[in-house]
Ligand binder design. Structure first.
Ligand code: IMP
Length: 347
C-alpha cells in the first residue's frame, strides 16, 4: 500500500473512522495531523464499542504505531483518560504504539473557557463550536504564545509560560467576557502532573515518520473534520481553526508532500453539518428527519443533532480539487433506502 491521506469531503462526519480502521490493517503507522477532541468516532470491534476523540483507532491493531502530529491541538486530560480507558479494557498503550510530537499545541483550561464565553457573547451569530477550546488554542499557536507539549513536560518552563500568559487570559475572561479568571496554582499543579504522565510518549514525530517511510512502512494520515470546515478553504467563518485538507497532512505531521502518495476522499451519500453556516441542500422537512433518524446523525462529541440534506456534488467537486483526490469512498448509502426520488445537487 502507498502512503494514504484520508480526508472528509464535506463538513465532517463522513465516516472516516471506519475507512481508517479498514486501511489500518495494511498500514504500520497512523497519524493524526490536525484538529483535536472536537473530532470523535465510534468503533465497534469484536462487539465492543470504543469512542475516540484523539487517539487514532489504529491503536486497536497490534503492531500499529499511532502518532499525534504537530498540527493537532491536544487536551492532555482527554488524551490521558482515553489511554486509561483503553488500558482498563486490556489494550496495550505505551511508547511502543503511541507517540506525541513535542511540537503539538496543548489545549489549556483557559482555551475552553474562552471558547464557551465567546460563543455565549456572540449569541445568535455564534459559530456553534464544539466548545472544546480548539479555536483559542490555534489562535495562541499563531500568536506565538501557545503551550507546546515540550513546555508541558518541563515543570519550570510551564510555570514561566503560564506566568506570562495568564494575566492576559484573565483580563479577557474577567473584563471583556464577564467570566471567571484562573489562578496560576489551579492550572500549574494538575498540568505539571499531566505533563509527567505524557512524557514517556513524547517524540520527534517528523523523524519517526521519515524513518518509518524509509524502512518501507505504509503510513496512513487520518484527517479530522472535513474540507469545507477548513480554515482557509471552508465556509469561513463557519469553519474549524485547522487545515483538514490533504495539504495539512504534510505541515501537520512534518513530512514532505511527496510522501503523500494517495488522497482518499470520504463522501457520505447525503450531507450533514453540525453548527452554523451555509448548507444549500439542507432539508428541513421529512427527508431531513429520515436522514437524521436512519443515519443516526447525532454528534459523537457533543451529541447535537446534525443538520441533514441531499448530497451536494458541487461541494464534492470542490473537495476533489482542493485535496487532489485520487479516489473516493461513499459511505452510508443504505440510509437512502426508502427515499424516492433521491436528489443530488449538481449546480
Ligand atoms: P470547533 O472546531 O469546535 O471550533 O467548531 C467549529 C465548527 O466546526 C463548528 O461548526 C463545529 O460544529 C464544527 N466541527 C468541529 N469538529 C467537527 C467534527 O468532527 N465533525 C463535524 N463538525 C465539526
Amino acid at each position: 500500500m502507498p502512503n494514504v491521506v484520508i480526508v472528509g469531503t464535506q463538513w465532517g462526519d463522513e465516516g472516516k473512522g471506519k475507512i481508517v480502521d479498514l486501511l489500518t490493517e495494511q498500514a504500520q503507522v497512523v497519524v493524526r495531523y490536525q484538529g483535536g477532541n472536537n473530532a470523535g468516532h465510534t468503533l465497534v470491534v469484536g462487539g465492543e464499542k470504543f469512542i475516540f476523540h484523539l487517539i487514532p483507532s489504529g491503536i486497536l491493531h497490534p503492531g500499529t504505531i499511532c502518532c499525534i502530529g504537530n498540527g493537532v491541538v491536544l487536551d492532555p486530560e482527554v488524551f490521558l483518560s482515553e489511554i486509561d480507558r483503553l488500558r482498563s479494557r486490556g489494550q496495550k498503550v505505551g511508547p511502543e504504539n503511541l507517540r506525541v510530537s513535542e511540537r503539538t499545541q496543548v489545549i489549556m483550561p483557559y482555551h475552553q473557557r474562552l471558547d464557551l464565553a465567546r460563543e455565549r457573547a456572540k449569541g445568535a451569530g455564534k459559530i456553534g463550536t464544539t466548545g472544546r477550546g480548539i479555536g483559542p488554542c490555534y489562535e495562541d499557536k499563531v500568536a506565538r504564545r501557545g503551550v507546546r507539549v515540550a513546555d508541558l513536560v518541563e515543570p519550570k518552563l510551564l510555570r514561566a509560560k503560564l506566568e506570562e500568559i495568564l494575566p492576559e487570559k484573565n483580563f479577557l475572561l474577567e473584563k471583556f467576557l464577564g467570566d471567571q479568571p484562573f489562578t496560576l496554582e489551579e492550572i500549574l499543579e494538575p498540568y505539571q502532573e499531566l505533563g509527567q504522565r505524557l512524557k514517556p510518549l513524547v517524540a520527534n514525530v517528523s523523524v519517526i515518520l521519515q524513518q518509518a517511510a524509509q524502512a518501507g512502512n505504509n503510513l496512513l494520515f487520518e484527517g479530522a473534520q472535513g474540507t469545507h470546515l477548513d480554515i482557509d478553504h471552508g465556509t469561513y467563518p463557519f469553519v474549524t481553526s485547522s487545515n483538514p485538507v490533504a495539504g495539512g497532512a504534510a505541515t501537520g505531521s512534518g513530512i514532505g508532500p511527496g510522501a503523500l502518495h494517495r488522497v482518499l476522499g470520504i463522501v457520505k451519500a447525503y450531507t450533514t453539518r453540525v453548527g452554523s453556516g451555509p448548507f444549500p441542500t439542507e432539508c428541513l422537512d421529512g427527508v431531513g428527519t429520515h436522514l437524521q433518524e436512519c443515519g443516526v446523525e447525532f454528534g459523537s462529541t457533543t451529541g447535537r443533532p446534525r443538520r441533514c440534506g441531499w448530497l451536494d456534488l458541487v461541494v464534492i467537486h470542490e473537495a476533489a480539487r482542493l485535496n487532489g483526490l485520487t479516489g473516493l469512498v461513499i459511505t452510508k448509502l443504505d440510509v437512502l433506502t426508502g427515499l424516492n426520488p433521491v436528489r443530488l445537487c449538481v449546480a
